[in-house]
Design a protein around this ligand. Structure first.
Ligand SMILES: *Cc1c(COP(=O)(O)O)cnc(C)c1O
Length: 385
Protein backbone atom coordinates (compact mmCIF):
# COMPACT_ATOMS: atom_id res chain seq x y z
CA UNK A 1 0.00 0.00 0.00
CA UNK A 2 1.17 3.52 -0.77
CA UNK A 3 0.89 5.84 2.22
CA UNK A 4 -1.83 8.49 2.30
CA UNK A 5 -1.08 12.04 3.52
CA UNK A 6 -3.35 11.80 6.58
CA UNK A 7 -5.27 9.23 8.62
CA UNK A 8 -8.44 9.07 10.70
CA UNK A 9 -8.69 7.09 13.94
CA UNK A 10 -12.07 6.06 15.37
CA UNK A 11 -12.33 5.32 19.08
CA UNK A 12 -14.34 2.23 20.02
CA UNK A 13 -14.52 3.25 23.70
CA UNK A 14 -15.84 6.73 22.81
CA UNK A 15 -18.48 5.19 20.57
CA UNK A 16 -19.54 2.76 23.27
CA UNK A 17 -19.85 5.60 25.78
CA UNK A 18 -21.96 7.68 23.37
CA UNK A 19 -24.27 4.78 22.52
CA UNK A 20 -24.71 4.01 26.23
CA UNK A 21 -25.49 7.66 26.95
CA UNK A 22 -28.09 7.82 24.16
CA UNK A 23 -29.52 4.50 25.32
CA UNK A 24 -30.00 5.91 28.80
CA UNK A 25 -31.84 8.92 27.36
CA UNK A 26 -34.20 6.85 25.20
CA UNK A 27 -34.84 3.91 27.53
CA UNK A 28 -34.51 0.18 26.90
CA UNK A 29 -37.36 -0.40 24.50
CA UNK A 30 -36.80 1.90 21.53
CA UNK A 31 -34.71 0.68 18.60
CA UNK A 32 -31.58 2.76 18.12
CA UNK A 33 -31.00 3.18 14.40
CA UNK A 34 -27.50 4.43 13.63
CA UNK A 35 -27.67 6.99 10.80
CA UNK A 36 -24.60 6.39 8.65
CA UNK A 37 -25.40 8.53 5.61
CA UNK A 38 -22.57 10.48 3.97
CA UNK A 39 -20.02 7.75 4.64
CA UNK A 40 -21.05 7.68 8.31
CA UNK A 41 -20.70 11.46 8.56
CA UNK A 42 -17.19 11.14 7.12
CA UNK A 43 -16.14 8.59 9.71
CA UNK A 44 -16.10 5.88 7.03
CA UNK A 45 -18.87 3.28 6.66
CA UNK A 46 -16.48 0.38 6.23
CA UNK A 47 -14.73 0.99 9.56
CA UNK A 48 -17.60 2.55 11.51
CA UNK A 49 -20.41 0.05 10.86
CA UNK A 50 -18.63 -2.97 12.44
CA UNK A 51 -17.65 -0.74 15.39
CA UNK A 52 -21.29 0.26 15.88
CA UNK A 53 -22.35 -3.38 15.75
CA UNK A 54 -19.78 -4.11 18.44
CA UNK A 55 -21.41 -1.36 20.53
CA UNK A 56 -24.78 -3.11 20.21
CA UNK A 57 -26.33 -1.40 17.17
CA UNK A 58 -28.40 -3.62 14.89
CA UNK A 59 -30.19 -1.07 12.73
CA UNK A 60 -28.67 1.37 10.24
CA UNK A 61 -30.25 4.26 8.30
CA UNK A 62 -28.88 5.78 5.12
CA UNK A 63 -29.86 8.47 2.62
CA UNK A 64 -29.68 6.43 -0.59
CA UNK A 65 -29.80 2.98 -2.11
CA UNK A 66 -26.13 3.39 -2.97
CA UNK A 67 -25.28 3.90 0.70
CA UNK A 68 -27.47 0.93 1.60
CA UNK A 69 -25.28 -1.15 -0.66
CA UNK A 70 -22.15 0.22 1.06
CA UNK A 71 -23.53 -0.62 4.51
CA UNK A 72 -24.54 -4.08 3.40
CA UNK A 73 -20.96 -4.74 2.36
CA UNK A 74 -19.80 -3.72 5.86
CA UNK A 75 -22.45 -5.16 8.22
CA UNK A 76 -23.39 -8.61 9.46
CA UNK A 77 -26.52 -10.49 8.40
CA UNK A 78 -28.21 -9.65 11.70
CA UNK A 79 -28.36 -5.93 10.93
CA UNK A 80 -31.28 -4.16 9.30
CA UNK A 81 -30.79 -1.34 6.77
CA UNK A 82 -33.28 1.47 6.08
CA UNK A 83 -33.18 3.99 3.21
CA UNK A 84 -34.60 7.40 4.20
CA UNK A 85 -34.03 9.21 0.92
CA UNK A 86 -33.28 8.58 -2.73
CA UNK A 87 -34.15 5.18 -4.10
CA UNK A 88 -34.42 4.73 -7.86
CA UNK A 89 -37.06 2.45 -9.35
CA UNK A 90 -34.28 0.51 -11.05
CA UNK A 91 -32.83 -0.38 -7.63
CA UNK A 92 -36.12 -1.53 -6.06
CA UNK A 93 -35.45 -5.10 -7.06
CA UNK A 94 -32.07 -5.19 -5.27
CA UNK A 95 -33.55 -3.47 -2.24
CA UNK A 96 -36.56 -5.77 -1.85
CA UNK A 97 -34.53 -8.88 -2.63
CA UNK A 98 -32.12 -8.01 0.21
CA UNK A 99 -34.85 -6.99 2.67
CA UNK A 100 -33.61 -3.41 2.83
CA UNK A 101 -36.36 -1.20 4.26
CA UNK A 102 -37.27 2.14 2.69
CA UNK A 103 -39.23 5.34 3.21
CA UNK A 104 -42.24 5.85 0.96
CA UNK A 105 -43.47 9.42 0.47
CA UNK A 106 -45.57 9.17 -2.66
CA UNK A 107 -48.26 6.90 -4.07
CA UNK A 108 -46.49 5.84 -7.28
CA UNK A 109 -43.72 4.32 -5.14
CA UNK A 110 -46.30 2.10 -3.39
CA UNK A 111 -47.57 0.83 -6.74
CA UNK A 112 -44.08 0.17 -7.96
CA UNK A 113 -43.03 -1.57 -4.73
CA UNK A 114 -46.05 -3.86 -4.98
CA UNK A 115 -45.23 -4.71 -8.57
CA UNK A 116 -41.58 -5.58 -7.84
CA UNK A 117 -42.45 -7.45 -4.64
CA UNK A 118 -44.98 -9.62 -6.51
CA UNK A 119 -42.47 -10.33 -9.22
CA UNK A 120 -39.85 -11.42 -6.68
CA UNK A 121 -42.29 -13.26 -4.42
CA UNK A 122 -40.94 -11.23 -1.50
CA UNK A 123 -42.45 -8.50 0.66
CA UNK A 124 -41.38 -4.90 0.33
CA UNK A 125 -40.74 -3.48 3.81
CA UNK A 126 -41.81 0.15 3.93
CA UNK A 127 -41.90 3.12 6.27
CA UNK A 128 -44.59 5.63 5.38
CA UNK A 129 -43.07 9.07 5.83
CA UNK A 130 -45.77 11.71 6.28
CA UNK A 131 -45.66 15.47 5.78
CA UNK A 132 -45.98 17.30 9.08
CA UNK A 133 -44.53 20.70 8.22
CA UNK A 134 -40.93 20.09 7.24
CA UNK A 135 -41.84 20.39 3.57
CA UNK A 136 -39.03 18.23 2.34
CA UNK A 137 -40.16 14.68 1.65
CA UNK A 138 -43.31 13.29 3.27
CA UNK A 139 -46.64 11.99 1.97
CA UNK A 140 -49.24 14.69 1.70
CA UNK A 141 -52.17 14.48 4.08
CA UNK A 142 -54.54 14.45 1.11
CA UNK A 143 -52.97 11.19 -0.06
CA UNK A 144 -52.95 9.40 3.28
CA UNK A 145 -56.35 7.75 2.97
CA UNK A 146 -55.44 6.30 -0.37
CA UNK A 147 -52.08 5.06 0.93
CA UNK A 148 -53.84 3.36 3.85
CA UNK A 149 -56.34 1.73 1.53
CA UNK A 150 -53.51 0.52 -0.68
CA UNK A 151 -51.59 -0.93 2.26
CA UNK A 152 -54.68 -2.72 3.56
CA UNK A 153 -55.35 -4.25 0.17
CA UNK A 154 -51.76 -5.34 -0.41
CA UNK A 155 -50.66 -6.87 2.87
CA UNK A 156 -49.37 -9.87 0.91
CA UNK A 157 -46.75 -7.85 -0.93
CA UNK A 158 -46.07 -4.86 1.32
CA UNK A 159 -45.15 -4.96 4.99
CA UNK A 160 -46.18 -1.75 6.78
CA UNK A 161 -43.13 -1.56 9.04
CA UNK A 162 -43.01 2.08 10.04
CA UNK A 163 -44.90 5.36 10.22
CA UNK A 164 -42.57 8.33 10.50
CA UNK A 165 -41.67 11.96 10.01
CA UNK A 166 -38.60 14.18 10.38
CA UNK A 167 -38.36 17.43 12.37
CA UNK A 168 -37.30 20.64 10.67
CA UNK A 169 -34.74 22.10 13.02
CA UNK A 170 -35.66 20.66 16.42
CA UNK A 171 -32.04 21.30 17.56
CA UNK A 172 -32.78 25.03 17.76
CA UNK A 173 -35.14 26.38 20.38
CA UNK A 174 -36.16 29.13 17.97
CA UNK A 175 -37.99 26.44 15.96
CA UNK A 176 -39.86 25.04 18.93
CA UNK A 177 -43.33 26.12 17.84
CA UNK A 178 -42.85 24.68 14.40
CA UNK A 179 -41.59 21.35 15.74
CA UNK A 180 -44.36 21.20 18.37
CA UNK A 181 -46.87 21.60 15.56
CA UNK A 182 -45.10 18.86 13.64
CA UNK A 183 -45.43 16.45 16.53
CA UNK A 184 -49.14 17.27 16.94
CA UNK A 185 -49.71 16.79 13.22
CA UNK A 186 -47.90 13.46 13.36
CA UNK A 187 -50.12 12.21 16.18
CA UNK A 188 -53.22 13.38 14.36
CA UNK A 189 -52.21 11.55 11.19
CA UNK A 190 -51.38 8.44 13.18
CA UNK A 191 -54.89 8.43 14.68
CA UNK A 192 -56.18 8.49 11.12
CA UNK A 193 -54.15 5.36 10.37
CA UNK A 194 -55.28 3.57 13.53
CA UNK A 195 -58.91 4.35 12.81
CA UNK A 196 -58.50 2.31 9.66
CA UNK A 197 -57.46 -0.78 11.56
CA UNK A 198 -54.05 -1.04 10.06
CA UNK A 199 -51.08 -0.42 12.29
CA UNK A 200 -47.41 -0.15 11.48
CA UNK A 201 -44.97 -2.02 13.66
CA UNK A 202 -43.02 1.14 14.52
CA UNK A 203 -43.60 4.85 14.87
CA UNK A 204 -40.53 7.04 14.69
CA UNK A 205 -39.72 10.76 14.52
CA UNK A 206 -36.60 11.44 16.55
CA UNK A 207 -33.18 12.50 15.29
CA UNK A 208 -30.30 13.15 17.76
CA UNK A 209 -31.59 16.45 19.12
CA UNK A 210 -35.13 15.10 19.60
CA UNK A 211 -33.92 11.91 21.28
CA UNK A 212 -31.63 13.78 23.68
CA UNK A 213 -33.99 16.54 24.73
CA UNK A 214 -37.61 15.59 23.95
CA UNK A 215 -38.60 12.19 25.43
CA UNK A 216 -42.09 12.41 23.91
CA UNK A 217 -40.54 12.08 20.42
CA UNK A 218 -38.75 8.80 21.12
CA UNK A 219 -41.64 6.36 20.43
CA UNK A 220 -40.53 2.95 19.01
CA UNK A 221 -37.31 3.93 17.27
CA UNK A 222 -34.85 6.83 17.09
CA UNK A 223 -32.63 7.72 14.11
CA UNK A 224 -29.33 8.90 15.53
CA UNK A 225 -26.62 10.51 13.41
CA UNK A 226 -24.69 13.40 14.99
CA UNK A 227 -24.81 12.35 18.66
CA UNK A 228 -23.36 8.85 18.23
CA UNK A 229 -20.15 10.48 16.98
CA UNK A 230 -19.93 12.51 20.18
CA UNK A 231 -21.10 15.78 18.67
CA UNK A 232 -23.87 17.81 20.31
CA UNK A 233 -26.54 18.71 17.74
CA UNK A 234 -26.47 22.36 18.91
CA UNK A 235 -25.64 24.55 21.90
CA UNK A 236 -29.38 24.61 22.76
CA UNK A 237 -29.49 20.84 23.19
CA UNK A 238 -26.29 20.85 25.25
CA UNK A 239 -27.73 23.54 27.51
CA UNK A 240 -30.99 21.63 27.90
CA UNK A 241 -28.96 18.61 28.97
CA UNK A 242 -27.08 20.71 31.54
CA UNK A 243 -30.39 21.92 32.95
CA UNK A 244 -31.68 18.35 33.20
CA UNK A 245 -28.65 17.17 35.13
CA UNK A 246 -28.25 20.40 37.11
CA UNK A 247 -24.62 20.98 36.18
CA UNK A 248 -22.74 23.87 34.63
CA UNK A 249 -20.63 21.61 32.44
CA UNK A 250 -20.71 17.94 31.53
CA UNK A 251 -19.15 15.72 28.89
CA UNK A 252 -21.18 12.54 28.77
CA UNK A 253 -20.22 11.99 25.12
CA UNK A 254 -16.77 11.67 23.58
CA UNK A 255 -15.53 12.56 20.12
CA UNK A 256 -15.09 9.33 18.14
CA UNK A 257 -12.90 10.78 15.41
CA UNK A 258 -9.28 11.96 15.45
CA UNK A 259 -7.47 13.18 12.34
CA UNK A 260 -3.73 13.17 12.00
CA UNK A 261 -0.95 13.90 9.55
CA UNK A 262 2.82 14.42 9.73
CA UNK A 263 5.22 17.30 9.06
CA UNK A 264 6.29 17.26 5.41
CA UNK A 265 8.95 19.95 5.36
CA UNK A 266 10.43 22.70 7.54
CA UNK A 267 11.46 26.15 6.47
CA UNK A 268 13.20 29.12 8.12
CA UNK A 269 11.62 32.46 7.31
CA UNK A 270 13.19 35.90 7.59
CA UNK A 271 11.24 38.86 8.95
CA UNK A 272 9.04 40.50 6.28
CA UNK A 273 8.95 37.48 3.95
CA UNK A 274 5.58 36.14 2.76
CA UNK A 275 4.29 32.58 3.23
CA UNK A 276 2.94 30.68 0.22
CA UNK A 277 0.64 32.23 -2.40
CA UNK A 278 0.06 35.94 -2.35
CA UNK A 279 0.48 38.26 0.57
CA UNK A 280 -2.01 36.91 3.10
CA UNK A 281 0.74 36.29 5.67
CA UNK A 282 3.94 38.31 6.15
CA UNK A 283 6.42 37.23 8.81
CA UNK A 284 6.45 39.81 11.65
CA UNK A 285 9.83 38.41 12.79
CA UNK A 286 12.20 35.56 11.89
CA UNK A 287 10.12 32.38 12.04
CA UNK A 288 10.14 28.60 11.56
CA UNK A 289 7.36 27.20 9.43
CA UNK A 290 6.23 23.57 9.08
CA UNK A 291 4.65 22.53 5.79
CA UNK A 292 1.84 19.94 6.06
CA UNK A 293 0.90 17.59 3.20
CA UNK A 294 -2.81 18.27 2.92
CA UNK A 295 -5.17 21.08 1.98
CA UNK A 296 -8.75 21.91 1.08
CA UNK A 297 -8.96 19.08 -1.44
CA UNK A 298 -8.29 16.71 1.48
CA UNK A 299 -11.09 18.09 3.63
CA UNK A 300 -9.18 20.75 5.57
CA UNK A 301 -11.42 23.84 5.20
CA UNK A 302 -9.94 26.72 3.22
CA UNK A 303 -11.72 29.09 5.59
CA UNK A 304 -9.12 28.12 8.21
CA UNK A 305 -6.50 30.13 6.29
CA UNK A 306 -4.64 32.25 8.86
CA UNK A 307 -7.09 31.05 11.54
CA UNK A 308 -6.86 27.31 12.25
CA UNK A 309 -4.59 25.53 14.70
CA UNK A 310 -2.94 22.11 14.87
CA UNK A 311 -1.07 20.29 17.67
CA UNK A 312 2.60 19.34 17.22
CA UNK A 313 4.75 17.91 20.04
CA UNK A 314 1.98 18.65 22.51
CA UNK A 315 1.78 22.34 21.59
CA UNK A 316 -0.55 24.39 19.45
CA UNK A 317 0.73 25.73 16.14
CA UNK A 318 -1.34 28.33 14.27
CA UNK A 319 -2.02 28.18 10.53
CA UNK A 320 -0.15 30.87 8.61
CA UNK A 321 -1.12 31.90 5.08
CA UNK A 322 -3.73 30.33 2.85
CA UNK A 323 -4.85 26.71 2.94
CA UNK A 324 -3.79 25.50 -0.54
CA UNK A 325 -5.27 22.61 -2.48
CA UNK A 326 -2.80 20.06 -1.12
CA UNK A 327 -0.59 21.83 1.45
CA UNK A 328 -0.72 24.40 4.20
CA UNK A 329 1.74 25.94 6.60
CA UNK A 330 1.83 26.36 10.39
CA UNK A 331 4.06 28.47 12.61
CA UNK A 332 6.29 26.27 14.78
CA UNK A 333 8.65 29.03 15.95
CA UNK A 334 7.74 28.43 19.59
CA UNK A 335 7.95 24.65 19.50
CA UNK A 336 11.39 23.13 20.04
CA UNK A 337 13.05 20.62 17.72
CA UNK A 338 10.20 20.08 15.25
CA UNK A 339 11.31 17.55 12.64
CA UNK A 340 10.05 16.20 9.36
CA UNK A 341 7.58 13.33 9.98
CA UNK A 342 6.56 14.58 13.44
CA UNK A 343 2.92 13.75 14.22
CA UNK A 344 0.43 16.57 13.62
CA UNK A 345 -3.03 16.48 15.18
CA UNK A 346 -5.66 18.20 13.03
CA UNK A 347 -8.63 17.07 15.13
CA UNK A 348 -7.97 15.44 18.47
CA UNK A 349 -6.26 15.78 21.81
CA UNK A 350 -2.75 15.75 23.20
CA UNK A 351 -2.27 16.39 26.92
CA UNK A 352 -4.30 19.46 27.81
CA UNK A 353 -4.59 20.66 24.21
CA UNK A 354 -7.69 19.81 22.21
CA UNK A 355 -8.78 20.60 18.69
CA UNK A 356 -12.47 19.88 18.56
CA UNK A 357 -14.64 19.58 15.51
CA UNK A 358 -16.67 22.41 16.98
CA UNK A 359 -13.58 24.56 17.42
CA UNK A 360 -13.20 24.25 13.67
CA UNK A 361 -16.73 25.14 12.94
CA UNK A 362 -16.95 28.11 15.24
CA UNK A 363 -14.20 29.59 13.14
CA UNK A 364 -15.51 28.53 9.77
CA UNK A 365 -19.19 28.89 10.73
CA UNK A 366 -19.78 25.62 8.96
CA UNK A 367 -21.71 23.19 11.09
CA UNK A 368 -19.88 20.16 12.48
CA UNK A 369 -21.72 17.82 10.16
CA UNK A 370 -20.54 19.64 7.09
CA UNK A 371 -16.90 19.45 8.09
CA UNK A 372 -16.83 15.77 8.93
CA UNK A 373 -19.03 14.63 6.08
CA UNK A 374 -16.62 16.24 3.63
CA UNK A 375 -13.62 14.25 4.82
CA UNK A 376 -12.63 12.46 1.62
CA UNK A 377 -13.21 8.76 1.12
CA UNK A 378 -9.55 8.26 0.31
CA UNK A 379 -8.29 9.02 3.82
CA UNK A 380 -7.64 5.67 5.52
CA UNK A 381 -9.72 5.00 8.68
CA UNK A 382 -8.60 2.86 11.60
CA UNK A 383 -10.50 1.58 14.62
CA UNK A 384 -8.60 2.16 17.85
CA UNK A 385 -9.41 1.39 21.48
C1 LIG B 1 -29.92 12.82 8.92
C2 LIG B 1 -31.22 12.32 9.41
C3 LIG B 1 -31.36 11.87 10.74
C4 LIG B 1 -30.25 11.98 11.76
O1 LIG B 1 -30.10 13.30 12.17
P1 LIG B 1 -29.10 13.71 13.37
O2 LIG B 1 -29.56 15.05 13.76
O3 LIG B 1 -27.74 13.72 12.76
O4 LIG B 1 -29.24 12.70 14.42
C5 LIG B 1 -32.58 11.34 11.10
N1 LIG B 1 -33.62 11.25 10.24
C6 LIG B 1 -33.51 11.68 8.95
C7 LIG B 1 -34.69 11.55 8.04
C8 LIG B 1 -32.31 12.23 8.50
O5 LIG B 1 -32.23 12.66 7.24
Amino acid sequence: MVRHSSKIELSQSALKQNINFIRKKIGDDAILSSVVKANAFGHGIETFVPMAEKAGVKHFSVASSYEAWEVREACTKESTIMIMGILYDEDLEWVIEHEVEFFVFDLPRLEKAKEVAEKLGKKAIIHLEVETGGNRTGLDESELDEAIRFLKENRESIRFEGFCTHFAGIENLSNRFRTKNQLEKFEELYRQVEANEITPKLRHTACSAAALAYPETVMDMVRIGTAQFGMWPSPDIYNMHLQQVGKTSDSPMKRVLSWKTNVMHIKALKKDEYVGYGTSFQAPRDMTIAVLPLGYSNGYPRTLSNRGEVIIRGKKAPVVGLINMNVFMVDVSRINNVEVDDEVILIGRKNSHVINISSFSEVTRAINNELVSRLPDAIPRFAVK
